[in-house]
Design a protein around this ligand. Structure first.
Ligand code: GDP
Length: 300
């Protein structure tokens, strides 16, 4: 991955330059941290987050606070690693569905802009949980985009997941409620609701998300974001968070020219953890998100 690699290279180069400096003094550290800042900003991490991280690295690696004998270069490396992990950790575990809840199935609503990979990810998420022993079902509550139901049907059929939708009903809230009711009666334990990602008016989209989440009372709202949108992820995530109680993030298209910053921004805006990453167009291309390997890759 180009941008992740560049970010990693940027940080690695900065650290090795500091290692080559005769003394790891304040000047060498400042140069190093400037290089690291630039690498983070190039990867679309928000300026505020970069500034805070650099400030923390500076204070935790200050010679006056470091125990004697600790190598400052290693300390800086560790501190940067910790900062990146911290940026990706909102400090609370995500909701995870539990199997076979009888009359109270897990309801998970997916939100995100059109093109983010929401519909594909709904099917991937369903298939992932079926492999774990769940009885999932898909509901198409996207009444705005022509062909949305057909796409969900196609994805659902491919993954052999039951689905619900309508060609005639125009109220997404009604479809979502009917879908959840239908599958509750069929004893499904994980009901996944796909929603619209676009409207003629942006405000109408967010109002619809508000109504949908009020009506279906989801256990979890997942914000789906395309990894390649970079800095814009922050405002997008914030807008959805304002209308629905977003509790988790899925970053899609990590197999493309994905930018690490998108994930960092979405976490910052929603104060919710990344739970999965999308790594391709096919149903099995969904991986549980793991902070440390992700950051290790980021740092090269
Ligand atoms: P929606 O409009 O948000 O529902 O997005 P779709 O599910 O229709 O996806 C938009 C496009 O992105 C489709 O061509 C998908 O195949 C593709 N897509 C979704 N997730 C991924 C991913 O993780 N990697 C890649 N390469 N493509 C993806």
């Amino acid at each position: 991955d180009m941008v992740l690699a560049q970010l990693g290279e940027g940080i690695t180069a900065a650290l090795s330059r500091m290692c080559r400096a005769t003394v790891a003094d304040d000047a060498a550290l400042t140069t190093c941290l400037n290089d690291v800042s630039h690498a983070l900003l190039r990867a679309d991490v928000r300026f505020e987050a970069v500034r805070a991280a650099i400030h923390n690295v500076k204070s935790t690696t200050n010679p006056s606070t470091l125990p004697p004998g600790v190598d400052r270069r290693r300390a800086v490396h560790k501190a940067i690693f910790a900062e990146l992990c911290h940026m990706l950790d909102p400090g609370k575990p995500p909701f995870t569905p539990t199997k076979g809840k009888g009359n109270k199935p897990n309801v998970v609503v997916f939100v995100g802009l059109q093109g983010s990979g929401k519909t594909t990810t709904c099917a991937k998420y369903a298939a992932y949980h079926r492999r774990k022993g769940f009885a999932p079902a898909l509901v198409c509550a996207d009444t705005f985009r022509a062909g949305a139901f057909d796409q969900l049907k196609q994805n659902a059929s491919k993954a052999k997941i039951p689905f619900y939708g309508s060609y005639t009903e125009s109220d997404p809230v009604k479809i979502a409620m009917d879908g959840v009711d239908t599958f509750r009666k069929e004893k499904c334990d994980l009901i996944i609701v796909d929603t619209s990602g676009r409207h003629r008016q942006e405000d109408a989209l967010f109002e619809e998300m508000r109504q949908l989440s009020e009506a279906t009372k989801p256990d979890l709202v997942i914000f789906v974001v395309d990894a390649s949108i970079g800095q814009a992820a922050f405002d997008q995530a914030l807008a959805f968070k304002k209308s629905a109680p977003v509790g988790a993030v899925i970053v899609t298209k990590m197999d493309g020219h994905a930018k690490g910053g998108g994930a960092l921004s979405a976490v910052a805006a929603t104060r919710s953890p990344v739970i999965f990453i999308g790594t391709g167009e096919h149903i099995p291309d969904l991986e549980p998100f793991d902070v440390k390997p992700f950051v290790s890759r980021l740092m090269g």
